[in-house]
Design a binder for this molecule. Structure first.
Ligand code: PGA
Length: 231
């Protein structure tokens, strides 16, 4: 198995967003020379980083009828209609503008790994990177063989995500997240990283030791990972 991580240092956020949207467009487009749509399963993130990518995807008016989206994570004890629930985020940023089938919009539950496997596995998973090195809500010291489960959020994550809420006390303290093993089962992975405050975590993940202290460092063990970084 060839393990190769391709790192793209991109000039700005817009360019990064369009480049990743291009990759998704290529994957979900009809098979060349036909009208046949491939059944593509995407692992998708929320947060600040992917907003531009979703905007770019929406502008393209693509056909989503054969796509299934499996979100990486969702807060526990949050109303799906709450403006900051990830279900709501995805609806506002992507799903409402597409012809995706309702049954193909998936969020984590305790049978998620089986559901993903039954659907044929993830073709491409897009990740953000937490300033503490987390991917999805797999916080530092998560075992590499973890599957979908309920987790406590790290203090740093609660602090980072408080910018989306009125007060830090409103940030949920638990979430349900795909595990690291779930993410690593994806055929292809793209990690998007935006901002200088993520540099330390990125350097540790890519050039440091492969260790549960830095969950994203496990990506070095995958054979098909692309990283996009912009300041
Ligand atoms: P952000 O979050 O895109 O809001 O910075 C990334 C993450 O925590 O995975």
């Amino acid at each position: 198995m060839v393990k190769e991580m391709i790192i793209n240092y991109v000039k700005d956020y817009h360019t990064m967003s369009v480049m990743v949207a291009d990759i998704i467009e290529d994957l979900i487009a009809p098979t060349p020379g036909t009208h046949n749509l491939p059944h593509i399963k995407l692992g998708l993130p929320t947060g600040g980083t992917p907003i531009g990518m979703y905007k770019s995807l929406v502008e393209r008016n693509l056909t989503w009828s054969a796509v299934t989206t499996f979100n990486l994570d969702e807060y526990i004890d949050i109303d799906p209609d709450h403006p900051e629930s990830y279900t709501n985020f995805m609806w506002r940023r992507l799903h409402m503008y597409t012809n995706i089938k309702e049954e193909n919009i998936r969020f984590p539950n305790l049978n998620y790994d089986d559901e993903i496997q039954k659907a044929g596995g993830l073709d491409l998973t897009i990740l953000g990177l937490g300033s503490n090195g987390h991917i999805a809500f797999n916080e530092p010291f998560t075992p590499f063989n973890s599957t979908t489960r309920i987790v406590n959020l790290a203090q740093q994550t609660i602090k980072d995500n408080s910018r989306f809420f009125d007060s830090i006390d409103d940030v949920p303290t638990q979430a349900i997240t795909m595990g690291l093993k779930t993410i690593m089962s994806s055929k292809e992975i793209i990690m998007m990283v935006h901002g200088e405050h993520k540099r330390d975590a990125l350097v540790k993940a890519i050039w440091g030791k492969t260790t549960p202290d830095v969950p994203a460092s496990i990506l070095k063990e995958h054979e098909n990972v692309r990283v996009f970084y912009c300041d």
